[in-house]
Design a protein around this ligand. Structure first.
Ligand SMILES: C[S@@+](CC[C@H](N)C(=O)[O-])C[C@H]1O[C@@H](n2cnc3c(N)ncnc32)[C@H](O)[C@@H]1O
Length: 196
């Protein structure tokens, strides 16, 4: 089924025990987040669960050259998308009478650490390529120059795989789990050192 989360999803209230949404950090404005969470909560049973799984744009051990990444973040900003909004999901959910909140993260290796790291790096590379037409005007470069930037950024990632491990890049994936009923564990906020 294709449906727009920002409009009424075609289900009655309290239809599902578990509602999961993933990787909308670069799609939603703050107002969109409020609308989407309203809708997801509406669909969730009173004893159900909502899980929001998000990518934090706060790379660990970031490579020196992240021009393509910064171009994407800047592009999002021009569209009113604030990637730091994910840090405000806890109060957003709590405003909907979710009793307890748990959040956790795993660091996903980028370009090293086996198949997952390779797939992650490839995914980022493909995202850079796909976004070329809309990122090049933001960066003020043409497509050829952008291709060079993407190749260079890819090499930084490859270098991080072993020969220059200090340049290895993690990206953190944040997994917010909100329960209407149960205390899971204590919650501690993570303060990303990266800001843009
Ligand atoms: C980064 S992708 C994540 C896709 C998928 N959730 C996953 O984890 O593989 C973001 C997706 O959200 C979709 N999207 C953006 N705005 C949306 C909206 N208002 N309602 C539903 N989907 C939306 C886009 O079409 C895109 O496929």
């Amino acid at each position: 089924m294709l449906a727009n989360t920002l409009e009424d999803l075609p289900f009655p209230d309290e239809t599902f025990d578990y509602v999961f949404q993933r990787f909308m950090v670069l799609a939603f404005t703050p107002q969109d987040w409020r609308s989407a969470v309203n809708e997801l909560v509406r669909l969730t049973n009173l004893d159900g669960w909502v899980e929001l799984f998000e990518l934090a744009c706060a790379p660990e051990r970031a490579p020196a050259d992240m021009i393509a990444f910064h171009g994407i973040v800047t592009l999002c900003t021009t569209k009113g998308i604030d990637h730091t909004e994910i840090w405000r999901l806890k109060p957003l959910l709590m405003a909907h009478n979710f009793h307890n909140v748990e959040s956790d993260y795993i660091s996903c290796p980028l370009g090293w650490g086996g198949r997952v790291g390779e797939m992650h790096a490839n995914n980022i590379h493909l995202a850079y390529l796909a976004l070329g037409p809309v990122v090049t005007p933001v960066l003020g470069v043409d497509q050829d120059e952008y291709s060079i930037i993407v190749q260079r950024n890819g090499r930084w990632i490859e270098l991080g795989r072993g020969s220059l491990p200090l340049w290895a890049v993690f990206e953190r994936f944040y997994n917010f789990i909100f329960s209407r009923n149960y205390i899971l564990t204590s919650y501690s906020d993570y303060n990303p050192s990266y800001s843009s």
